[in-house]
Ligand binder design. Structure first.
Ligand code: C2O
Ligand code: CU
Length: 466
């Protein structure tokens, strides 16, 4: 690896090691297949951004075309699907409080939808096919909604034939921005996916199905790309795990976590390890001091010991070797500390997750979607949800249309309120979640290991009209 990094350096500055001249061998050598020249690592690139077609500041209007797309990822040729011929799809940036309008043109041979994961959209904009039709082939639909909720890193993906369509490449980030958050020197949008989760249950699928811990991670489709920055620069990493199955257990030396699913945390947290279950987001800050390597460490969501070697996921190279600052400045970030809500111990809704990877049948309260009992909440009601995991594997539990406060996981609570929309439930674990039912509609609640809702682990929560 170090030789490869050196080569990348050699392009931008004098070769510090004149004795490695063979890296500058003439091109014919490469063409003849000589082994002398290692391929330089790919350079990190943010996904291309969506163009805002509305001149007004308070409206962002973009066009997305979903269509078949053949692309290279992790050295493989993927016969996939994409938004606007790119995977990840276009990054959508919206100022907090603005209105987003997305014209979706479906040029796939199949129906599709877009779900706005983590965004509190009106029910008819949620992109689910519960009591409504998907967008047919060669049809258009405009999603439009306001975004008054707190800023954060969100994402979008289909919610029809979900595991297959997400797997083929239909996903992108939606960044809701708040001008009170300081600008950092660099902002990296890090969308993690794996092209090794080859499916056996769907001949058209690319890479889903396996539940192993040996996942080959890519960042924006690139294997272990390199980002170069000056020593002392601060980088904001917006992390999204868009994979169907894989848990990304990242080691980011010196990282300060500033945001989770629903924007800024109550306070910054210094932590080198960030766990992203499928569907999860996290924002972290790092200061470039020396070269920094982001690793994915082995993780087992099936319990027991995790085996395998740590895997290099992203390289951040310092273009100078000394920086005096080692910690990012977090004083100017508008963190808000709300004391955690005390748990009264009452439970309004209890959902128990069961299932078995050997049968592929996954249930909530013994029911498989769409044959489910629907609990109802009054508009404005405060409800405590208790999600119990009685299966032998972890599940990232996600609820549409609302965020929830995590009261506790396995009895452990926090001092300050933590707000999420996707939460990993440990094996035999219990999460207690508090939500304010302020968004009328029928909201999906499901596991985000996408083969699990496909196998039935999805239910509905009804919030009545005011
Ligand atoms: Cu990201 Cu119902 O999903
Ligand atoms: Cu699951």
């Amino acid at each position: 690896m170090s030789a490869m990094i050196l080569l990348a350096f050699a392009c931008v500055q004098p070769d510090p090691h004149p004795d490695t001249q063979e890296t500058a061998a003439p091109q014919e050598t490469d063409l003849e297949g000589d082994t002398g020249s290692p391929t330089p690592p790919p350079l990190f690139a943010n996904p291309k951004e969506a163009e805002d077609l509305d001149p007004r500041e308070e409206v962002v209007r973009i066009q997305l075309t979903a269509a078949p797309y053949t692309y290279e990822a992790d050295g493989k040729t993927v016969e996939g699907w994409a938004y606007n011929q790119q995977v990840p799809g276009p990054t959508i940036r919206v100022p907090r409080g603005a209105r987003l309008e997305v014209e979706l043109n479906n040029q796939l041979e199949n129906p599709t939808t877009i779900h706005w994961h983590g965004v509190h959209v009106p029910w008819d904009m949620d992109g689910v096919v519960w009591m409504s039709e998907p967008i047919g082939s060669d049809s258009e639909f405009t999603y439009a909604f306001d975004l008054p909720q707190p800023a954060g890193t969100f994402w979008y993906h289909p919610h029809y034939d979900t595991q297959r369509q997400v797997d083929l490449g239909l996903y992108g980030t939606l960044l809701l921005e708040d001008s009170s958050e300081p600008q950092t020197d660099h902002e990296l949008i890090v969308v993690l996916d794996s092209y090794e989760e080859f499916g056996s249950d769907d001949p058209d699928g690319i890479h889903h199905g396996l539940e192993g811990t040996e996942i080959e991670w890519t960042v924006n489709g690139l294997k272990n790309p390199v980002f170069q920055a000056a020593a002392g620069d601060t980088i904001r990493l917006r992390l999204l795990n868009a994979s169907n199955t894989g848990y990304a257990h990242l080691n980011i030396p010196g990282a300060i976590k500033i945001a989770g699913d629903q924007g800024l945390l109550p306070e910054p947290v210094a932590l080198d390890n960030v766990l992203l279950a499928p569907g999860d987001r996290s924002d972290v800050l790092v200061v470039v001091t020396d070269n920094l390597e982001v690793l994915a460490e082995p993780y087992s969501h099936n319990g027991g010991e995790a085996f395998g070697a740590a895997q290099a996921v992203l390289q951040i190279e310092s273009t100078e070797s000394s920086a005096t600052t080692v910690e990012p400045e977090t004083l100017n970030w508008p963190f808000t500390k709300q004391p955690a809500t005390p748990d009264t111990g009452e439970t309004d809704i209890q959902w128990t997750l069961t299932g078995d990877p050997r049968t592929g049948s996954w249930e909530i309260n013994g029911e498989t979607f769409p044959d489910v009992t629907i609990p109802e909440l009054l508009f404005g009601e405060v409800a405590i949800l208790e999600v119990r995991n009685m299966s032998a594997t972890e599940h990232p539990f996600h609820l549409h249309g609302h965020a929830f406060e995590v009261l506790s996981i396995n009895g452990q609570s926090t001092e300050w309120a933590v707000i999420e929309d996707t939460i990993n439930i440990p094996i035999r674990g219990i999460a207690r979640l508090r939500l304010i039912a302020d968004n009328p509609g029928d909201w999906m609640a499901h596991c985000h290991i996408l083969s699990h809702p496909h196998g039935g682990m999805m239910t509905v929560l009804r919030v009545n009209e005011p």
